[in-house]
Ligand binder design. Sequence first.
Ligand code: HEC
Length: 457
Amino acid sequence: MMQKILDWLDERIALRQLWAAYADRNIPGGASWSYVFSSGLKSIYLTQFLTGLLLLLYYVPSTDHAHTTVEYIQKEVYLGYLVRGLHFYGANLLLILSLLHLGQTLLTSAYKNKRELVWISGLILLVLLQGAFFTGYLLPWDQKAYFGTQVALSILSSVPLVGELLETIVKGGPRMSTLTLSRFFVLHVLLLPALFITMLTVHILLSRRASLVADKQTDKVDKYYPSQFVRNTVFAFLLLLLLATLSHLVPVTLEPKADPSDTTYIPRPEWYFLPLFQLLKYFPGQLAIVPALLLPGLLFTVLALLPFLDRKVERRSRLGSAFLIVFICGFSMLLTLAKLDDYKDVATSKQLLAQQEKARVFLSEPFLPQRLDLKTQQTCPPASFLINCAECHGQNAEGTKNGPKLIGITHKPARSPKDLPKLLRDPSSYGLSEDMPDFSSLPDEEIEQIVDYLSSL
Ligand code: HEC
């Protein structure tokens, strides 16, 4: 029966031929663990694609809902935190593996000798990846996304002549808004992936072709299947395991929703943009364009020209390795300097710690559904709330500097409508500080009204 189905398919789509082309490819020099990077990259890319698809089921790209939907994915959706974690850490891993793959290519001088186009398509993939990082960063619309992107966009505006125009186009207006978010969203989930897939296909086809025409035919040749296949599968499996473990043990953070009026927030980019960020400090004002665009552009051009500058045919040359060493040294030096600067500046490090703490608290709070209809039919606070509580907790329980906000309080553990009357009569037994007065003298009736009111928020 199986045989028949296979025959049927074979007649129509040349199944056996396809399989042979896949499985019987020659691996010159024999199967090797050093070849696993490129296949690992493909597996992680596939993971990004699938987890991205799952995130899309919930995510809404508007300033009203983006943050709430990401928070919902993180806190409520079954295994949502894992999917988000895989997508976040997967992106980091994608970058790390790409750089390793690039480093390997530089070290073995595998960018020349009929592989120039493979090399250049690889570089373009790296640029597209950066684009995906930059656009994905804004999507959660939390504090760090908002202020981080704002810094990056302000650099864009320092481009001579067209800078301001460019910034306005990217933002979709004078301020960052839903228009910005949907522009980034379209780039992140549609345009960049489409370009990436196309370029990846080109990259793979070119590299297959190159290994046919460029590699010396050595005696030792393995077929792709099973020896290399097994190695690749084991590596991909280990990578996925690593990602899942990381996402479970160190959940991705989410900071509170972006508050454009916050003037104290200090944005810090992710590790891979930190060196660039450090460079920016040495080029103030209009000069920012040097490290932000000229330097990366120069780096890209030199890399792209490398196979043409380095024309000796023998496989290994020092140029690639030298470049790699200079790059790694520069990158780690700037990274260290950036961390050191923040660490030495007391006010900054204090603020950064406070921001981390806020993010931690926010993540540990339970998810509160956003009730859109509430604003219109919101219940008025009862008089006794206004008299006894509003002074510290605000007219509408929104919180003041003297007391925390009480909106949604009844969803918290040990703060249910049953707990609250007891809490008000004896705050200290609920672990509250002296600052929260004892209301044991308040009549039952008034307490009931206050609790009803708080439960309705
Ligand atoms: C003098 C200021 C003050 C007044 C008046 C006051 N509170 Fe508070 N309340 C606080 C402070 C400060 C805290 C936080 C204490 C802590 O975290 O240890 C607090 C905490 C609470 C909490 C727990 C919040 C949480 O997140 O766990 C509840 C519930 C609460 N107050 C309800 C009330 C109600 C109801 C009234 C009016 C009957 C009231 N408070 C009046 C200052 C006040």
